[in-house]
Design a protein around this ligand. Structure first.
Ligand SMILES: Cc1cc2nc3c(=O)[nH]c(=O)nc-3n(C[C@H](O)[C@H](O)[C@H](O)COP(=O)(O)OP(=O)(O)OC[C@H]3O[C@@H](n4cnc5c(N)ncnc54)[C@H](O)[C@@H]3O)c2cc1C
Length: 441
């Protein structure tokens, strides 16, 4: 039976995350945005309150929360500051390859530790020369006995400058593409790990982003998350579980943009009345609300699939590109409602505008999500309707009435291109002017 209600525990969690967002994140968000700095103390508070690292399985001493709960928390924190939400959730992204890995001793050692101690864990597939095409990884992992020697650069590493550990994807041979990809769990303190300067960004300034360089870094075999040939699948499985959460960031940010616009529309006067009295403004608000509600349905469906162990690949992509694109439209319209003030740093929509633009890019661009969905539609989709050439056209004869004189009862087929009419129960194999069936149009 369908049930759209959150459970009592989930409502409690939502309330807790909302209070945290309003009391801890919101008051500091603009300061840290201007400083281009991650508020690490807020990340620590989130950890202390069980709002970060909350997906560590119970068997390792964690809270064992699911993707739905991750979405609930992330929507609230992103409503206050999408950049801080990115920095908090990045730990789940960084830990996900470890959680999914088959390396039981490594999981035990680190997940148990991360459940107790505040540690930051980053994730890196991207490099200076690639992001979307994960199979093109160049960072080299050269086998050396049972160990690996890592050389290369990972780029765009969220929290990379403040992280304690990294889940790194590399390759034993770039020519092998997917087959060469492997993954490792790296301690930042290991010799040869160097962190670059923060990358200057348009928005999400409360989230640190850097390049991380590896020079002859020895990775003991105990730190292998995925052996060569299994890293690509591990990365994709990770994204399947984290993409709905990016959709949740989008919902939170869009919700705030709509609320700021609603507030303004009820107060701002133009032409002798509140601008919110104009139907044109009301319709904008209605569209915003519709997009937010639709996004939430899609995101929670993908999260629910993931938590139930159903393959969420398709809906993770749909929810990510729908929610993030809807969010950018909502924020843009909110800025429009605020008029000139919307474009200033004195009002909050400007920051949302900058922060949310990233959502369409990281964890797979909108184009990549469309490629995933198109792959299913073109390759694996089973249509309900028959092929068009197998559809009879009935307009010359009412099937429930007797056939007219000289005509047999039967279906009528009309070639939609040459117009030839064929009276039989089965479609024609060929028509006089062209072959239709099986020949392509
Ligand atoms: C602030 C920030 C934080 C990030 N954090 C992380 C992180 O923590 N870890 C990490 O690994 N990465 C991270 N990334 C990297 C991010 O995931 C990539 O930027 C993203 O996947 C896109 O890759 P790219 O920038 O190399 O673009 P490219 O892959 O070079 O693509 C450029 C453009 O071409 C389009 N395109 C590419 N291929 C196709 C195709 N076949 N068909 C149609 N269009 C195509 C893309 O959609 C995009 O619009 C972060 C990025 C940013 C900006």
């Amino acid at each position: 039976m369908l049930n759209f209600n959150l459970t009592r525990e989930q409502i409690k969690l939502q309330k807790k995350a909302r209070t945290f967002a309003l009391e801890q994140v919101l008051p500091e968000a603009w300061y840290y945005d201007t400083q281009d700095e991650t508020p690490v103390h807020i990340l620590k508070k989130a950890f202390d309150q069980g709002l970060s690292h909350s997906d560590i399985p119970v068997e390792y001493g964690g809270n064992g929360l699911g993707i739905i709960e991750g979405c609930i928390i992330s929507e609230e924190i992103s409503a206050a500051c999408p950049g801080t939400a990115t920095s908090i959730f990045d730990n789940s992204l960084g830990m996900e390859p470890l959680i999914l890995s088959a390396n039981a001793p490594l999981k035990k050692k680190y997940l148990t530790r991360f459940a107790k101690e505040f540690k930051l864990i980053s994730f890196a597939t991207s490099e200076p020369t690639l992001g979307s095409d994960v199979s093109a990884i160049r960072c080299m992992a050269k086998p050396d006995g049972d160990d690996f020697i890592l050389n290369g650069t990972k780029y765009w590493v969220t929290n990379g400058g403040i992280a304690d550990y990294y889940s790194i994807f590399a390759t034993t041979d770039p020519e092998k593409k997917h087959e060469g990809i492997c993954a490792f769990f790296i301690d930042r303190r290991w010799p040869g790990v160097r962190v670059g300067r923060p990358i200057p960004k348009m928005g999400q300034k409360c989230s640190n982003t850097v390049g991380v360089h590896f020079e002859n870094v020895r990775v003991p075999k105990e730190y292998v998350l995925a052996p060569p040939g299994e890293g690509f699948v591990l990365a994709m499985k990770t994204f399947n579980r984290t993409r709905p959460v990016i959709g949740a960031f989008a919902i939170g940010a869009a919700r705030s943009a709509m609320e700021y616009a609603l507030d303004y529309a009820k107060k701002r006067q133009a032409f002798g009345q509140k601008i919110g009295n104009n139907q044109a403004i009301q319709f904008k608000l209605a569209d915003m609300y519709q997009k937010i509600e639709t996004s939430r349905l899609l995101v929670l469906k993908a999260a629910w699939e993931s938590d139930k162990g159903i393959d969420p690949t398709l809906n993770a992509s749909i929810s990510k590109f729908y929610a993030t694109e809807a969010c950018i439209e909502v924020v843009d319209e909110a800025l429009q409602i605020l008029g000139g003030y919307g474009y200033t740093k004195m009002f909050p929509v400007e920051k949302l505008y900058r922060d949310t633009r990233l959502l369409r890019i990281y964890e797979g661009t909108s184009e990549i999500q469309r490629m995933v969905v198109a792959g299913t539609v073109m390759g694996g989709y089973t249509p309900v309707m028959p092929a068009m050439e197998d559809l009879p056209i009935h307009y010359e004869q009412n099937p429930s009435k007797k056939p007219s004189a000289g005509r047999k009862r039967g279906k009528i087929w009309r070639c939609r291109i040459c117009g030839h009419v064929h009276y039989e129960n089965t479609p024609p194999q060929r028509v006089p002017l062209l072959f239709f069936s099986g020949q392509g149009i």
